[in-house]
Design a protein around this ligand. Structure first.
Ligand code: TYD
Ligand code: ZN
Length: 433
């Protein structure tokens, strides 16, 4: 089967049904971001798929133009939730917000879509809830089971929802953290949620926030798994069409700026909190409904790409050794779009067992363990896992103090050192006092 056989071209908007698209960015055919390669394999026939983003002029959904078959993307998925303090703290916050705002008594049934290895559900289980994970990645679902979290190795759909409701009863909470934006047939999900959710239950989804992506030029979060880039207004339109209602929203910092959106039955007991209308108004003021905003984003993407490439190549010309810090999926978009490869980055260091010893798709940079990276420390690390910047800079104090530097992407590509961080910290401290 060729790559084009396993991708569907989007014609109508999955949210509103319109077909009036504005082109946003086009990154051309690129390999799948989580398809890490075995160094023993030949890379010549790496499947590539179009990676182009358009925006619906009617509801302002941003979507990829091509949807890769989920069977190809997720059955042998190697993505595991990062074992990090930042994520652990965040997952605790999600559980706390659900329980505090939407009255989730002990013994409630909590279902998670795209539950990965089960870490989020463990927090609910430890708070006395019954839990069930649903995740199509078979080997990852098996890891969750080993960790004591019952997990169905399935895609969530209207029929899965029906059978879970029959076998386990209805759910008080349905979670979808960083999975909802990966789903093409959102109407089927809405039908499933309506079936499975108790009348006073809450469906809590977390998606990267389109406003943050546009304002901070986070174009590397664009890869084939991320089909949709949602604003609150777009989600409100979507759920309203399917008998559900956005009842609350919280902006959160994970993955470069995300929103945690709470959804209830359209005729359910929960009033909509003011935060929902406030963010929709903010999106209008920020120009999310204007073509010009998306043209500006495309121009910023070109600038960042050019300045990062020039920065890296300049350092290489000065004889500096550079490695990637982390081998996240978004790093693969970044390196592919910038055309950076093994001549620029010697290796990427990553804590994930499944990635170590592999080679990055597209750029073909090898992935090494953090131990290897310490023994072969480069002059500069390109901080690919920038969503963990604070945690990583804290962890890499010794590297910085011995003269090592980081190339950071935000707010614009630049080099940070122990001295520049100390200077920035004293400016911040002066502002605070
Ligand atoms: P992740 O945040 O999951 O991003 P994406 O959705 O783009 O794949 O990826 C973070 C990657 O960084 C993951 O492979 C683990 C790695 N990592 C490290 O190597 N060291 C660290 O200290 C942290 C926090 C992450
Ligand atoms: Zn639309």
């Amino acid at each position: 089967m060729s790559a084009s056989d396993s991708a569907r071209q989007v014609v109508e908007c999955r949210v509103c049904g319109a077909a009036d698209w504005q082109e946003v960015v086009s990154f051309g055919p690129v390999p799948l971001a989580n398809s890490y390669l075995d160094p023993a394999d030949s890379y010549d026939d790496e499947p590539r798929y179009p990676l182009d983003v358009v925006s619906c002029r009617s509801c302002r959904l941003m979507t990829l133009t091509h949807v890769v078959d989920p069977e190809v993307l997720y059955r042998d998925y190697s993505y595991v939730t990062s074992d990090s303090e930042t994520m652990d703290r965040h997952m605790r916050l999600v559980a706390k917000l659900c329980r505090e705002r939407f009255d989730v008594p002990e013994g409630s049934f909590v279902v998670e879509l795209g539950s990965n290895t089960g870490e989020q559900l463990m927090i609910f289980r430890d708070a006395g809830m019954r839990t069930l994970g649903i995740d199509p990645a078979r080997s990852i679902a098996a890891v969750a089971e080993e960790q004591g979290i019952e997990t169905l190795p399935e895609f969530f759909s209207a029929s899965t929802a029906k059978s879970v409701a029959e076998s386990h009863g209805q759910a008080r909470v349905i979670l979808g953290r960083h999975v909802f934006a990966h789903i093409d047939h959102v109407a089927g999900i809405a039908v499933g949620v309506r079936n499975l959710l108790e009348p006073e239950g809450v469906f809590a989804i977390e998606v990267p926030y389109a406003l943050d992506m546009l304002e901070r030029t986070e174009f590397d979060t664009i890869y084939h798994e991320h089909l949709s880039y949602y604003a609150v207004g777009t989600l409100a339109t979507l759920f309203e069409r399917h008998g559900l209602r956005v009842i609350d929203v919280e902006r959160i910092s994970v993955h470069g700026g995300s929103i945690l959106v709470f959804v209830g039955h359209g005729d359910g007991p929960w009033q909509q909190r003011p935060a929902v209308k406030e963010l929709i108004a903010l999106e209008e003021r920020a120009g999310l409904h204007d073509d010009a905003t998306y043209r500006e984003f495309a121009a910023k993407v070109r600038n960042v790409t050019e300045s990062l490439t020039a920065l890296v190549r300049g350092l290489r010309a000065d004889g500096k050794r550079i490695a990637g810090y982390g081998a996240p999926a978004k790093g693969n978009t970044l390196l592919t779009v910038c055309g950076l490869g093994p001549d620029d980055l010697e290796f990427c260091s990553d804590t994930t067992d499944l990635k170590q010893g592999k080679v990055l798709p597209g750029s073909h940079v090898p992935v090494r363990t953090p131990e290897y990276a310490r023994e072969h420390a480069p002059d500069h690390y390109l901080l690919l896992a920038w969503n963990y910047t604070e945690e990583i800079l804290r962890k890499e104090r010794a590297f910085l103090e011995s003269g090592g530097k980081f190339i950071v992407l935000h707010p614009e590509p630049s080099v940070v050192s122990a001295e520049s961080l100390a200077a920035a910290e004293s400016v911040a401290a002066a502002r605070r006092s």
